[in-house]
Ligand binder design. Structure first.
Ligand code: SF4
Length: 273
């Protein structure tokens, strides 16, 4: 037994006794059944793959278990109001692919006090612009109470000088997460081929960084390699991540500004070191 977190279809929950799980399904009743029959201590969260499902079966099952709701089609964002009924019993997060219109999902989710996770692969120029606007909303909204990931974790990683990689934040680090597909096959990360050997998966991020540095390519010269580790260069190695670097830069500048503000207010209060 190892400490991997397995992201599995709900129907396979019984096949992973004793393991930490993320249970996913497009069927609320199937998820609710797992929340009744499985040991809740090992369920990290549940993932609802279809926002059009009825939230009621989950409302009173598995009290306190976080719910991640995937919103694939931005125009369905009005259905978030139905899912807000779960908030008294479950921490809620919305996962949104970076597509045109993602911002309206995020703004409503934020106003309902849902956390947000951006599902990001290799955004095209329109999607990258959308990310810049989402970042602006994250940094400047005065009403935001919950994080928007990955921005939030990267901002605080810069602020605290504690390197955290996008692989970990986006739950794609194969040494932490293992996805089981509908055929029962292990997939170390959605960014990697499903048949990447497990021993390589365990050290993948570390090895990949070494490879990138040795290759003397775009990543080896990138000032954000410690946080990104080539995340945006898969699956297409030639991807131009100019805007992704801009996002990192804004987050780093904001973190530095925050630190300066805190330092100067500490000095002003006579509590500076
Ligand atoms: S931002 Fe781009 S160049 Fe920099 S490490 Fe990430 S993928 Fe490589």
């Amino acid at each position: 037994m190892n400490s991997l977190i397995y992201n599995i279809p709900a129907a396979m929950a019984a096949n992973f006794p004793g393991q930490d799980l993320v249970i996913r399904s497009d069927n609320s009743n199937e998820i609710a059944k797992c929340l009744v029959t499985e040991d809740l201590r090992r369920i990290r969260y549940i993932q609802v793959l279809d926002i059009r499902e009825d939230p009621k079966p989950i409302m009173n099952a598995g009290f306190g278990i976080p719910v991640d709701l995937l919103v694939r089609v931005p125009d369905e964002y009005g259905l978030l109001y139905d899912w807000a009924s779960l908030l008294p019993n479950h921490p809620m997060r919305v996962s949104v692919p970076v597509v045109e219109g993602a911002r309206k999902v995020i703004k409503l989710a934020a106003s309902l006090s849902f956390a947000v996770k951006l599902e990001v692969l290799q955004p095209n120029s329109t999607q990258a612009e959308e990310m810049l606007k989402i970042l602006e909303f994250y940094l400047h909204s005065t009403t935001l109470a919950e994080p928007i990931e990955y921005f939030h974790s990267i901002l605080f990683s810069f602020f605290r000088h504690e390197p955290k990689t996008l692989w970990e934040i986006q739950e794609e680090d194969p040494s932490i997460y293992c996805r089981i597909d509908e055929n029962g096959r292990k997939t170390p990360s959605r960014r990697l081929p499903w048949n990447t050997p497990v021993n390589r998966a365990n050290s993948f991020v570390h090895d990949f960084k070494k490879e990138l540095i040795a290759e003397n390519n775009d990543c080896s010269r990138c000032e954000f390699i410690d946080h990104c580790v080539g995340f945006f260069k898969l699956p297409i190695h030639q991807y131009n991540c100019k805007t992704m670097k801009r996002l990192f830069q804004i987050l780093r500048d904001t973190a530095e500004e925050l630190r300066r503000d805190i330092d100067s207010s500490s000095l002003g209060n006579g509590t500076g070191k």
